[in-house]
Design a protein around this ligand. Sequence first.
Ligand SMILES: NC(=O)c1ccc[n+]([C@@H]2O[C@H](COP(=O)([O-])OP(=O)(O)OC[C@H]3O[C@@H](n4cnc5c(N)ncnc54)[C@H](OP(=O)(O)O)[C@@H]3O)[C@@H](O)[C@H]2O)c1
Length: 303
Amino acid sequence: MIRALVTGCRGQVGSELLRALEGRAEVLARDRASLDLGDPQAIRRVVRDERPQLIVNAGAYTAVDKAETEPEAARAVNATAPGVLAEEAKRVGALLVHFSTDYVFDGTKATPYVETDPTNPVSAYGRTKLEGEEAIRAAGCDHLILRTSWVYGAHGKNFLLTMLRLAATHPEIRVVDDQRGAPTSSRQIAEGVVDLLLGSARGRPVAESDLGRLRDASGLYHFTASGVASWFEFAQAIFAERATQPGQAFTAPRVVAITTREYPTPARRPANSVLSNEKLVATFGARLPDWRAGLRETLSALA
Ligand SMILES: NC(=O)c1ccc[n+]([C@@H]2O[C@H](COP(=O)([O-])OP(=O)(O)OC[C@H]3O[C@@H](n4cnc5c(N)ncnc54)[C@H](OP(=O)(O)O)[C@@H]3O)[C@@H](O)[C@H]2O)c1
């Protein structure tokens, strides 16, 4: 069994990764308390001591609005840390799997973004995530940078849980309808990583030869659930799906479509966050399932 270091292991994606890798790898799980990504020396020490064959960096500074006022804190975790992880991955010969974001784009393109499209982040968070991508490439380790979008799950801070909480007290909820993207569940991401590692051989542990295939395919990939929605459409789907669940009665609130202009936030968000997954499909013959399937699965897990 390979040794896999997972950082940020209590986050939405990190916690699902622990679950998905169980029995498939010897997982060295590190949360903020056991590996502070703001501390480069701590990162170097852990990688040199543990000598993992796979490093999955699920830790990140994800408070998009707060990053506008504390960009240096965001940069330490989103840009400096991935660069240090990549240098250390190169040193010990590990494959680094790292997550990036749709927010590296400005959202002005009319069609789905591909990996070769020029980046132009419009937020501090997006800028620091882009710097993280660049730092990994500069370090030159074997790596997969997986850009995902609109992540939600059964725990953590996310749109799904916010909508369900608001629904309990608000008969009407106003939701932005002019930003489009692919809501992607943390479980879809974790299971998607296992698919990349094992393909159809999911019943066995990950071997060094599996990592070898991915090393050969080193690079940047868009990695989002299939399908597209606006936040308004996502909210409608959440309540429609929740209403069909057996158990406690649920009264869906009225969802009112509003514009981004009517919902000002400290950080700007791209209007078009849709990422094309065609490179992923062409390289690995795999794509993540539709976002509605991820929503159903997550609501079932919550029930
Ligand atoms: N969330 C989204 O909508 C979204 C969209 C596109 C891409 N992504 C990317 O997907 C990846 C996973 O995101 P996620 O949704 O799972 O985020 P998340 O739930 O916020 O998890 C991030 C984890 O990183 C940890 N962390 C933050 N600062 C740290 C530090 N200094 N040292 C160690 N750990 C630290 C957090 O710990 P604490 O809980 O203690 O802060 C948290 O457990 C990230 O790379 C993110 O940029 C996310």
